[in-house]
Design a binder for this molecule. Structure first.
Ligand code: DGL
Length: 270
């Protein structure tokens, strides 16, 4: 048994999709969440810059009583996970491996689409992780950068977002993917919209949308059980930090959470 919190970070509110899933599946666990809103987006930055930002975010979380850290950002996972693991002895989970595993398990034809920020796609981290499991997989990768600001704007079902999704999905449909990795933690908020565009615009109802939030939570739950780290039965506390504009973080972030209220967030300088 362990009363310390699960530390989670992302460049902004995207990682709240992971925090929400963790809170749903592991309700007794305390969560400390950091959104590095001052530096968002990470996805357009170089590997060196992303690594530096991720190290700062991680160091901040390590100042609090945490027992495991979830890097709820594909960009930071793709570029900085080994470096982040060197900063601590505690378990540090990334979102790429669990997402890749879920995609490899879900595909029927081996045709898998990979989406993410420019930096994540450029890293080819998903390519390596999927091909390690399915060497014959046919991968179609594409950066979907515009979905990050659209999510941060809270435009979850807006005509502009729909048109953007149509444009981005076209090449994936043309490649005949049966599984699509939503390789950025901002994207799962558009799951319903993406499924409806696939159905209504492209007549595809059979594409599996892989969400790293579900996959990494399954891994975290197993780790907590194996290492006997579970919190005692109680309602877990949630603490939110961001590095800039907390009012905006609360307003938009709340729309990411089922139940719709994030409560308060503390601005903190890294
Ligand atoms: N949510 C982050 C990810 O999963 C990226 C968003 C950004 O570009 O900062 O990659």
């Amino acid at each position: 048994m362990n009363r310390d919190a699960i530390g989670i970070f992302d460049s902004g509110i995207g990682g709240l999709t992971v925090a929400a899933e963790i809170a749903r599946r592991l309700p007794a666990e305390d969560i400390i969440y950091l959104g590095d809103t001052a530096r968002l987006p990470y996805g357009t930055k170089s590997a060196a810059t992303v690594t530096r930002y991720a190290e700062r975010a991680m160091e901040l979380l390590l100042r609090y009583p945490v027992k495991a850290v979830v890097v709820a950002c594909n960009t930071a996972t793709a570029h900085a996970l080994p470096t982040l693991r060197e900063l601590t002895d505690m378990p540090v989970l990334g979102v790429v491996e669990p997402g890749a595993r879920a995609a490899a398990e879900a595909t029927r034809t081996g045709r898998i689409g990979i989406t993410g920020t420019e930096a994540t796609i450029r890293s080819e981290a998903y390519h390596r992780a999927i091909l390690a499991r399915l060497p014959d997989a046919q991968l179609t990768a594409m950066a979907w950068p515009l979905l990050v600001p659209l999510a941060e704007e809270g435009w979850l079902d807006h005509p502009v977002t729909r048109l953007t999704a149509e444009t981005y999905l076209g090449p994936m449909v043309a490649a005949g993917v049966d599984t699509l990795v939503l390789g950025c933690t901002h994207y799962p908020v558009f799951k319903t919209l993406i499924a409806s565009v696939l159905r209504e615009r492209f007549g595809r109802e059979d594409v599996v949308l892989v969400d790293s939030a579900e996959a990494v939570t399954t891994e975290l739950a197993a780790l907590i059980e194996d290492q006997d780290l579970a919190a005692p039965e109680r309602a877990g506390r949630r603490s939110f930090f961001c590095t800039d504009a907390p009012e905006r973080f609360i307003r938009v972030g709340s729309t990411f959470l089922p139940g719709g209220d994030l409560g308060s967030a503390t601005a903190i300088d890294l």
